[in-house]
Design a protein around this ligand. Structure first.
Ligand code: FES
Length: 127
């Protein structure tokens, strides 16, 4: 168990613990990573030099989960896939995480503007 602040388990990144376990000589047939894209990206980068099969779950980029919205489009091994239709589990060594993360922030300026100028729910004080 790893936490960023050490409030549970060991303080640090999962990739640090993963590398320590692999380097201890234990043999692993597969690593499964489920969580934030940045964590899965670096788990896959950690296991790649050891040629350990690594499965990642691309649920975080899914929106409607029906194959209709297109939000979960990603590139896996140079081919376009949809997490909700073709996955959500993929070979982590083949996923283009940089592209997926860039797509995830594509509308950030619009969302920020909408939050500041349109949504008044958070501006009201509770009574
Ligand atoms: S989540 Fe909308 S198409 Fe996959």
């Amino acid at each position: 168990m790893m936490t960023d602040d050490g409030s549970y388990g060991t303080k640090g990144l999962v990739t640090n613990a993963l590398k320590t376990l692999i380097d201890s000589g234990e043999q692993y047939g597969e690593v499964i990573a489920i969580g934030p894209l940045i964590m899965m990206k670096f788990v896959a980068a950690t296991t790649k030099p050891y040629n350990i099969k690594t499965t990642v779950s691309m649920n975080p980029i899914m929106v409607d989960g029906t194959g209709m919205c297109g939000c979960c489009r990603l590139t896996v091994g140079g081919k376009t896939k949809f997490a909700c239709v073709d996955g959500p589990d993929f070979d982590g060594h083949l996923v283009d995480f940089d592209e997926a993360m860039a797509r995830g922030s594509l509308y950030r300026p619009f969302e920020s503007t909408a939050y500041d100028h349109v949504c008044n729910l958070f501006k009201k004080e509770a009574v």
